[in-house]
Ligand binder design. Structure first.
Ligand SMILES: Cc1cc2nc3c(=O)[nH]c(=O)nc-3n(C[C@H](O)[C@H](O)[C@H](O)COP(=O)(O)OP(=O)(O)OC[C@H]3O[C@@H](n4cnc5c(N)ncnc54)[C@H](O)[C@@H]3O)c2cc1C
Length: 357
């Protein structure tokens, strides 16, 4: 790998979601002078959902990031802070809205930059982790070296790959029921969930609280889900399983979003149409770890394995993982930000131990 700089960075951060920016904020404030590779603005990254600013930038409404409500900011401030304390705040216009996903991510990025974080808009395509300093190879900007590396590259949701599915992302097609299920557009409507594993049943069960009916669309005539989840499924009257069905097309209108699905009953090769107000994909995630090759221990499902309880250390000393790339369980912006902060603190402590600060 051709090294472009003699400098050995104290810490390099790869990623561009809440985990990476939180790590950068903490690292910068601790004088680690972090260098962030935030990914590239390429068509390939757009297609697979790995553009700079991460997954949260793919959604408009974020209602559950603590301290950042969605909707009308003035109304929120009025409900949260009494009149006597409002003099401390800058004036807020009646129409002002609080925050959307892309805004929240831009705020985090700018907060990191304000503390001196350097950001390069490029993909990391390879790493050399057998010895320290580590080497990080980028697509367009050559290679860099560092004493500690924070990997916060997230995981991308798997989609079916239909054109109509892509057209209705954010307009009724989602890959995260916990994130989007409670939005007004999905309430009291029939919804479709694709998948046959534990997470599909979990998503369907969650959605059944808001939907009028949930169709669980299963390609085969059996589920991969555990027995306990299958029992939970049969006990839920709102969920109807459509066995041997595959989604062929998402139907909708520009203004309304998703209105239905064209399905194939694959046993009798018969087309079926159902009305739904949304489609949720629960067919797994792919963690973004290709550039690590086989140098770091991964879990069976390909996520980076955290090797110490409640720490972000991995099987490679000096390499820390944060956010969805190491977490297939919580997968939320706020948990990613939390582990991002932890990774920066872990890197700082390791650098201090080795007198590299
Ligand atoms: C549609 C949608 C809606 C969601 N809504 C919510 C919500 O309302 N609330 C909530 O809490 N969570 C929500 N989530 C989940 C949340 O977005 C994720 O849990 C969170 O973004 C994970 O953050 P992260 O920092 O681990 O990485 P990500 O957000 O996944 O970001 C990783 C980024 O790293 C960069 N990257 C990847 N590979 C490379 C590489 N090789 N080189 C350089 N850069 C690279 C890319 O820019 C990539 O986008 C939603 C997810 C989706 C898909």
């Amino acid at each position: 790998m051709e090294i472009v700089s003699e400098k050995i960075e104290k810490t390099i951060i790869i990623g561009s979601g809440p985990a990476a920016w939180s790590a950068a904020i903490y690292a910068a404030r601790a004088n680690l002078e972090p260098l962030v590779f935030e990914g590239a603005n390429t068509e390939e990254n757009r297609m697979q959902g790995t553009l700079p600013l991460g997954q949260l930038a793919q959604t408009t409404e974020v209602e559950n990031y603590a301290g950042f409500p969605s909707g009308n900011l003035k109304a929120f401030i009025d409900s949260a802070i009494d009149d006597q304390q409002q003099w401390m705040l800058p004036p807020v216009e009646e129409e002002a809205h609080a925050v959307t996903g892309p805004e929240l991510m831009n705020l985090m990025r700018q907060q990191a930059r304000n503390f001196g974080t350097r950001v390069i808009t490029d993909d990391v395509v390879d790493t050399e982790l057998k010895e320290t300093p580590f080497t990080v190879k980028t697509s367009e900007n050559g290679s860099f070296r560092c004493h500690t590396l924070i990997v916060a590259t997230g995981a991308r949701a798997n989609y079916l790959g239909l054109e109509s599915e892509d057209a209705y992302k954010n307009k009724g097609v989602s890959a995260c029921a916990v994130c989007d299920g409670a939005l007004p557009r999905f309430r009291n409507k029939p919804l479709g969930v694709v998948g046959g594993g534990d997470s599909a049943i979990e998503e369907a069960t969650y959605l059944s609280k808001f939907a009028s009916q949930v169709y669980l669309i299963v390609r085969r005539d059996q589920l991969r889900a555990s027995k306990i989840m299958q029992e939970r499924l049969s006990a839920n009257e709102k969920i109807k399983v459509l066995w041997n069905h595959e989604v062929q097309e998402v139907v909708g209108e520009e203004k309304l979003g998703v209105t239905g699905l064209k399905l194939l009953q694959n046993k009798e090769n018969q087309g079926v149409e159902i009305e739904v107000g949304g489609l949720f994909l629960a067919i797994g995630h792919t963690p973004n770890t290709k550039f690590l090759r086989d140098q770091v221990e991964l879990t069976e499902s390909g996520y980076i394995r955290w090797t110490e309880n409640f720490r972000t250390a991995t099987s490679v000393p000096g390499l820390f993982a944060a956010g969805d790339v190491a977490d297939d369980y919580y997968r939320q912006a706020i948990t990613s930000a939390g582990t991002g902060c932890m990774a920066a603190l872990d890197a700082e402590r390791l650098l201090a131990e080795h007198h590299l600060l």
